[in-house]
Design a protein. Structure first.
Length: 223
């Protein structure tokens, strides 16, 4: 009788444990990505500070850029939310596929200030083909934009650019001359909307362009 009661208690406790800590397969544990931040507060900045910073850029840095480039350079760029979420997801998902290479990687994104090539050079870059067909596309040439690259924290604590699809970059990141192959090779980057289908020819989630203002009008930013 006592052994039966103990067995029932053990089974109940085991059931409660399974309910609270459900088992995960190795695949699930390395691919599941938690995107629920409902318990965290949304980051915020004072409106006056945002207005001061944006106005300061337009009044100083942008003014010098406009003078040097002899054009009205872009002062903002727009990305749709789903494209941003998809890019972040794939950076994290692809990295988690390689947790046998890197345990508990600390990931981030580095935003590089950048500039579109002169329009007469676009023929050398196939990633700009779709943008060249856009009515405003040619006006993006020589204007300010952003390129976002995934980063991983090295053992020495430095956050280095890396390629989630290339495990050789996990330990020390990508050197400036990465990967030492022809210029058609791509790196994981984000700069807007990619209208091209994914393929296995070395493309690693590149996103080609966002909405620049100018040349696009109006920007609707309110700042």
């Amino acid at each position: 009788m006592l052994s039966t009661i103990l067995l029932i208690i053990i089974l109940i406790l085991f059931g409660l444990y399974i309910y609270k800590y459900p088992p995960n397969s190795k695949t699930a544990s390395t691919t599941k990505i938690c995107m629920d931040y409902s318990s965290a507060n949304m980051n915020q900045l004072q409106v006056d500070l945002v207005r001061n910073m944006i106005s300061g850029y337009k009044d100083y840095q942008k003014r010098y850029i406009d003078t040097a480039s002899n054009l009205d350079d872009a002062h903002s760029i727009w990305f749709d939310l789903e494209t941003l979420k998809a890019f972040i997801y794939h950076v994290e998902y692809q990295t988690k596929q390689n947790t046998n290479i890197v345990a508990n990687p600390e990931l981030g994104l580095r935003i590089h200030y950048s500039r579109y090539p002169e329009f007469n050079q676009w023929k050398d870059f196939s990633d700009l083909d779709d943008l060249a067909q856009d009515p405003l596309g040619s006006q993006y040439g020589e204007r300010h934009t952003l390129v976002i690259i995934p980063t991983i924290k090295r053992k020495d604590g430095k956050n280095v650019n890396f390629n989630p699809l290339d495990t050789t970059t996990y330990a020390n990141g990508m050197p400036f001359d990465y990967p030492g192959t022809p210029s058609t090779t791509t790196v994981p980057s984000f700069g807007g909307i990619n209208t091209k289908a994914n393929n296995s020819g070395g493309n690693t989630g590149s996103q080609n362009h966002g909405g620049l203002y100018p040349p696009g009008l109006p920007d609707g930013s309110g700042f």
